[in-house]
Each structure stands twice: as C-alpha cells, then as structure tokens.
Unconditional design. Sequence first.
Length: 283
Amino acid sequence: MEAAEPPQRQPGTPAVEELELALLLEALVQCYGYDFRGHERAVLRHKLAAVMVRLGARTLSSLQDLVLHDHGAMAAVLRALHVPPAALFDDAPEVAQLRAVLGACLHGAALPKVWLADCAGAMQAWTLAILLREQQLDGRTEIFATVPSDEQLAEAQDASVALADLPALQENYVRCGGQGALLGHLLVQGERATLLPQLRSRITWAQYNLVTDASCNEFQLIVCRRALPDFGPMLRRRVLRLFHDSLAPFGALGLDRPFDADDPLAASYQPLLPQLPWYRRTA
C-alpha cells in the first residue's frame, strides 16, 4: 500500500500566513528599504489587519501585490507600521516624567542635546520644546528628532495645528501640569498656529533608521518610548546598544519598560525615577 501523501495546507493557515508575512516584509526591505523583520510578529499582524480592511485586501499576499504596484498602498502600510503621530501633550505620564528628569540631566551640560528616536511626529517634539522653555533650557538645548521615512520628515517640518483645536489642546496642556496659555508658545498664522520660531529653531529633523543606522552623535538625553514596544528581542537589544553608544556619561535614557534582567547593559545604568524606566548612565 502506498503511503498517503501529507495533507496540503490551505491558504489562511498559520503556516501560510507566516510565509505571506515574511514575503511582505522582505518586499518592503528589497523595494523600499524599510526593515520590519525584527518587529514583533503579533504587533505586525494586528497593524496589517487594519490596513487590509481599509485597502480591501483579503490576504497578506494580496496586500503585498498592492504594496509593490500602488504607491498609495505602500504609504498606507508604512504609516500603519511606523509610530503613530502624537498630539500636543497627549501623554500625561510621559510629560510628568520629562518634567522630573529634564533639569537633572541637562542643567549640568554646556550645550545639551536630546534625541527623540523614532519621534511620533512634530507634536511630540513641540511638547518637549515647550517643556524645555518652561525650565529655561530652550536657549541652549538642541532637540534631534528622527523619523524613519521621507514622508514623515516632510510632515513634521511643515506641521501646524488648527486654531479650532486649541481648546482641546489647552485641556491637554493643563492636564499635563502646564501653567497659563498654551497659545503663548505658538505663533498664529491665519486659521492655524505653529511653534514659536525660536523654539522651532532648536529642533533638528532628520531621517534615521534605528534598524540599520549607526550612532550619529552624543546626547545627554535619549527618549524612545513609543517605538520600542514593537521591537522583537534581538532588535530591541540592537537598538539599546545603539542608544548606549550614543549616550554621554551620566546622560539619561527614557524607555518603555525596564532593562531585561539578563541584559549586560543594565549594569551601566541606575534608575532616575522610582519604579519607572528612566535611567542615568553611570559607566
């Protein structure tokens, strides 16, 4: 009797979906230079599922076909996989933690530099610039805000807010401990407002890929709390090593969660805030 052939896997099974996902990620690398292969698979699937619904793609293979032949689909996928844009003062815990650490890690430096790695758009950088102004650190502190795509770079550099949104943004500001009027930090131009020119001039925008690029400067503070949760273990370790190589002695590092217990870099850091993943480099 001939041995029965193993059953053929049908499209939609976990093994097929994993292959489809691997091919889609490889297409993004080979065709566009964006590498998400080290990201958590569950996070990728969740984000891509939402894009598939919007684009009408039934499978990851059909989504790959769209990505390869439709610039709009490619842009939609990249937007979904990158850090979503922030609003002004949209994260009260992060703002409170920044208020607590900025003075401690920047006042002692002659010309301090802050790196917002995989920045969540202009509003995250504007929030930091306003916090620096409140602590009288804006005149000598330079913010380096990096994003992974040209599209995000252009959006950040041309950003503005609608005057109609200011009441809600003012509520955010007050909720985050702001004093006075948020409008005092903005320049009104018609029906929109931008950050004051003297604050915008302290922000340097650049395209930068955490997955592939090397250390680009030395910083007194590095903040990366919104992108790291998407990274798998190997990529996370690679990026933490990059931050370590970019951080000045006694500089501060703001993360999404504490160092892993077996991470060799953990011995070089001491907690800055109790029970929170903000650290000072000690060696």
